[in-house]
Design a protein around this ligand. Sequence first.
Ligand SMILES: Nc1ncnc2c1ncn2[C@@H]1O[C@H](COP(=O)(O)OP(=O)(O)OP(=O)(O)O)[C@@H](O)[C@H]1O
Ligand SMILES: [Mg+2]
Length: 259
Amino acid sequence: MAPTLTKAAPSVEYAARLEHVSKSFTGPAGQQLVLDDISLDVAPGEFVTLLGASGCGKSTLLNLVAGLDLPTAGSISTDGRPALMFQEHALFPWLTAGKNIELALKLRGVPKPERRDKAEELLELVRLKGAHGKRVHELSGGMRQRVALARALAQESGLLLMDEPFAALDAITRDVLHDELTRIWAETGLSVLFVTHNVREAVRLAQRVVLLSSRPGRVAREWEVEIPQPRRIEDAPVAELSLEITEVLRGEIRRHGQH
Ligand SMILES: Nc1ncnc2c1ncn2[C@@H]1O[C@H](COP(=O)(O)OP(=O)(O)OP(=O)(O)O)[C@@H](O)[C@H]1O
Ligand SMILES: [Mg+2]
């Protein structure tokens, strides 16, 4: 059966909108300003990568967009409830791959008789046909992330938030999953906000790269990536733009005295 996810017609002017968002945490050393005055739109169907040094506040920002935490100042709106995917797959180990996806369908209110077929379709979409009955421990790291992606897609949200989802995978598996994600994004019309500290990954995937500075995190610069898809991480234009962005990122890190 062919996957049934179809390209969504844009119904709002943004998938996510952040207006003057700041976030502070209070710790033993007092108040720490992590994010400072961030304004950012993700357009419907847009693929944006959020790039920055370790500790600059990328996950904090993604958690705010996901509604897992509240900003200290500013406002965030999203078109519906976003789906989330993290570096750790966070699948339930006592459920099979298929049942993990069916659970997400259940939470979305999909009636029981439809869940099995829908889960099979989603597994096919991430090229894991036939894996419905597999237990999580029987799957490779790459396969687990495919299931996690299928589970995120099961939410049928217009906005997918991804926090370094491929960081723990080997380079070749990551390459394959980049291809899969690009294909699924093009097929479904999803909006994606993808966090990474890997410059090449950011350029490989995105239509727009947003660079965050460190301490506090601010939007330092943005790049429109006009290199046609499908791209390869080793393509010359990808390498060239990555080099330019890396230089700016290095400058940011130097400016804030980090290593
Ligand atoms: N719940 C929290 N309470 C206190 N401080 C926090 C909390 N969450 C994050 N921080 C602090 O905010 C800063 C940014 O953390 P965050 O995890 O967002 O960075 P990051 O850019 O995702 O880093 P990495 O690339 O290493 O994942 C860090 O200094 C961290 O210690
Ligand atoms: Mg993080």
